[in-house]
Ligand binder design. Structure first.
Ligand SMILES: NC(=O)c1ccc[n+]([C@@H]2O[C@H](COP(=O)([O-])OP(=O)(O)OC[C@H]3O[C@@H](n4cnc5c(N)ncnc54)[C@H](O)[C@@H]3O)[C@@H](O)[C@H]2O)c1
Length: 472
């Protein structure tokens, strides 16, 4: 069997560090430093631990260098002041590839197949990135924190309540910095949408409903070349039944939470963040409707109830793995004065206004014309005034106007890769004590919100969240 092309959650192929020229690396490192301060200053949530680095460059190790580990390494190549000292992966194919790629960038790191050996041998590490399958997150993150290291851990925090809870406790006990990899929390466009459009300008009016999805086409199992097969007894030592489950772990209940956790967690996290509260209840339906050899549901549809200070919000979310249907993935916030379609894909992100919303001039007079509303990619103020004049002439015109009244947000990633700002935020927390954008408490809240969907499908009923369920 051949090694198949692999993609990350966003459906992108992981970036190879070798695609980044030395010149680009130095240039974007400087830009990254500036951006780091900006994003950290603009965000008020999270812990502030402020540990001092042991040396000027932060010494970094990574556990798990598959699809996402490779993507994170590529993002780190654009961040100044990091020195990779070790890669750890139980699969020689991925381990050797990562080590080789890092060498290209003069990161002469050691390679390990067992994280315990790595922690015993590497005594001058500052931070570890954990990008292993979900069921390994808690053991890896906890061992690293107990060894005095800061941790960037991929989402979901864990595939079990116990694992997630143990991570929160370990973070609180050790005081190490623990960032959970919900990278949209550091994405400039998401920050702008939340802070400027929703919180400041209240452009959507009262948010009443949300619709979100991540739809994917049918895909084959991931394979492997026979010469890169790990012997089964060794796989068993690391908790995997066999090579097929090892490669396709996300589909099995033992290792992960299925598509709702793999994909949905990213977006349901945004529901909680933008509404400023976790949900009150969830009902859900799903099943293995297409695949014949998977354990997790390939089709999931959920409806959350959010009791917000402004009233009830009903939030639909679906993850389909049999059709890409439409534009793929987005979170669509709908309100009385407008709607906001967010996506990690900037081409999908849009703001729409209702024809009955206050005029742009009123917004301006009220001092609510935020930078996002004056967006460089959006319409000019004179164009906005023209649209205001068009407004209300006839039902048809008004509808057309509402459609026209759509623009994209001005903030974007520039040259940065999608995970870069979140990693920058993590390293800035270590160096300068800036608040994390996704500390363990937020990661835990999101884990609990998402896991309940699987419970609701299992139990075939609407489930309510208990008070205190979102804190470990
Ligand atoms: N934030 C995002 O956008 C995003 C995108 C993709 C994946 N992820 C997350 O990243 C994590 C990894 O996903 P992936 O797609 O890279 O999976 P993957 O299967 O491609 O890679 C996992 C790697 O971990 C290694 N591994 C497994 N158990 C190990 C152990 N005990 N010790 C050391 N190495 C071990 C495997 O050999 C493999 O190289 C998951 O938690 C996933 O949810 C996040």
């Amino acid at each position: 069997m051949n090694i198949e092309k692999v993609t990350n959650d966003s459906g992108e192929e992981p970036d190879a560090p070798s695609s980044v020229s030395r010149r680009t690396f130095v240039k974007s490192s400087l830009a990254a430093g500036a951006g780091m301060m900006l994003s950290s200053a603009s965000k008020g949530q999270g812990q502030n631990t402020g540990a001092a680095p042991k040396v000027d460059d932060l010494n970094v190790a990574i556990i798990g260098v598959g699809t996402q580990g490779s993507t994170l390494i590529a993002s780190c190549m654009n961040i100044e002041g990091l020195r990779f000292k070790a890669v750890c992966d139980i699969w020689d194919f991925n381990r050797n590839t990562a080590q080789r790629r890092l060498k290209v960038y003069k990161h002469d790191c050691k390679a390990y197949d067992d994280f315990k050996e790595m922690l015993a041998a590497e005594k001058d590490l500052d931070a570890v990135i954990v990008a292993t399958p979900d069921f390994w997150h808690a053991p890896h993150a906890i061992a690293c924190m107990k060894a005095g290291l800061h941790v960037y851990c991929e989402k979901m925090m864990s595939n079990t309540h116990e694992g997630a809870e143990a991570m929160v406790k370990a973070q609180h006990e050790t005081g190490q910095i623990l960032q959970i990899g919900h990278q949209r929390r550091s994405n400039p466009r998401y920050l702008q949408a939340k802070e400027e459009l929703i919180d400041k300008a209240k452009l959507l009016g009262r948010i009443t409903t949300i619709n979100g999805q991540w739809n994917r086409s049918v895909s084959d199992d991931l394979g492997w070349a026979p010469k890169h097969e790990i012997i089964e007894s060794r796989l068993n030592e690391f908790g995997f039944a066999n090579m097929k489950e090892f490669r396709n772990w996300r589909w099995y209940k033992k290792y992960g939470g299925g598509p709702i956790s793999d994909l949905g967690a990213h977006q349901i996290d945004i529901y909680n963040w933008f509404l400023g509260t976790p949900p009150r209840a969830v009902m859900a339906n799903g099943g293995i409707d297409f695949y014949t050899d998977k354990e997790w549901w390939d089709t999931v549809m959920a409806i959350y109830d959010y009791e917000t200070p402004n009233g009830m919000v009903r939030a639909f979310y679906q993850v389909l793995t049999t059709t890409r249907a439409g534009v793929g993935y987005f979170e669509y916030f709908m309100g009385t004065q407008g709607s906001l379609r967010m996506s990690e894909n900037p081409g999908i992100t849009r703001v729409f206004r209702e024809a009955t919303a206050p005029s742009w001039q009123e917004w301006e007079r009220a001092g609510l014309m935020t930078e996002a509303l004056k967006a460089k990619k959006g319409p000019s103020l004179s164009e906005l005034a023209w649209w205001d004049r068009m407004r209300g002439q006839s039902v048809v015109d008004a509808r057309a106007t509402a459609e026209l009244d759509a623009f994209v947000l001005s903030a974007d990633l520039g040259d940065k890769k999608i995970h870069q700002p979140h990693l920058e935020n993590f390293f800035a927390a270590i160096r300068d004590g800036v608040p994390l954008n996704c500390p363990v408490e937020i990661g835990y809240e999101t884990d609990m919100t998402v896991m309940k969907v699987n419970d609701a499908i299992e139990q075939e009923k609407k489930l309510y969240f208990e008070p205190g369920e979102f804190t470990a």
